[in-house]
Design a protein around this ligand. Structure first.
Ligand code: GSH
Length: 218
């Protein structure tokens, strides 16, 4: 049975693959699991049918038979348990890879999301520009620490894992800020992730949603 995920019908990032369905698509491609996508509009996400799947009215969701999941981290964790290819077999290496998934979501992503949101929420406030360097410096602290840990390795803990998938996707949220580029090893790490064939298939699929919609609107 093919799982079904949800994604934005009209992604605000115009096909850049920054919405969180991209992580799930990438994980599905890494493990070779075919899937279907149900596109949802912003208003549909807030209606009862979608809220039954996702209590916060967001994407992505994941349905597989009578199992319905939300939270990109939990979905990828589920896929990594069900299929080979995203977590190492060795129990300790597996536990360490899971640490990196959590680190991406709970240590690296929050200050990045705070920077993004400050622009939407406070971009018009007189103090917005004064606060910006502080928010960027908070991110730099984490990037510096991550860069030190990665060193000249290809991946965070030897073989590529769901931890790297999540970290690469979280770091991608900084595209356009120049922050990741201040750490050449992190920049190369993100590019290494993006070069994976599974990433490229996932990226092309989510981009096709945007391009087919733009063609229809011509
Ligand atoms: N922690 C959630 C975050 C989900 C999330 O923020 N989704 C965004 C798209 S990337 C969304 O649906 N935004 C629309 C909204 O919140 O109304 C996850 O990782 O799945």
């Amino acid at each position: 049975m093919k799982p079904v995920i949800t994604a934005f019908e009209s992604s605000p990032d115009r096909g850049q693959g920054l919405a969180r369905d991209m992580r799930v698509r990438w994980a599905l491609e890494e493990v070779g699991q075919p899937y279907d996508v149900r596109l949802v509009s912003f208003s549909e996400m807030k209606q009862a049918a979608h809220l039954r799947l996702h209590p916060f009215g967001q994407i992505p969701t994941y349905e597989e038979g009578d199992l319905a999941l939300f939270e990109s981290g939990a979905i990828i964790f589920h896929l990594a348990h069900r299929h080979a290819g995203l977590l190492p077999e060795d129990a300790n290496a597996r536990a360490r890879a899971i640490v990196w998934m959590f680190a991406a979501l709970s240590t690296i992503e929050p200050p990045i999301v705070e920077l993004e949101q400050s622009e939407y929420v406070d971009g018009d406030k007189p103090w917005y520009k004064e606060r910006l360097p502080m928010l960027e410096d908070r991110i730099r602290v984490r990037l510096g620490e991550l860069s030190n840990r990665l060193g000249d390795a290809d991946w965070l803990d030897r073989a590529f894992s769901a931890g790297d998938l999540m970290m690469v996707m979280v770091l991608r949220r900084l595209e356009g800020t120049g922050l990741v580029e201040e750490y050449p090893n992190l920049s190369a790490y993100v590019e290494r992730g993006k070069a994976r064939p599974a990433y490229q298939r996932a990226f092309a699929d989510q981009l096709a949603v945007f391009t087919s919609k733009s063609e229809k609107n011509r």
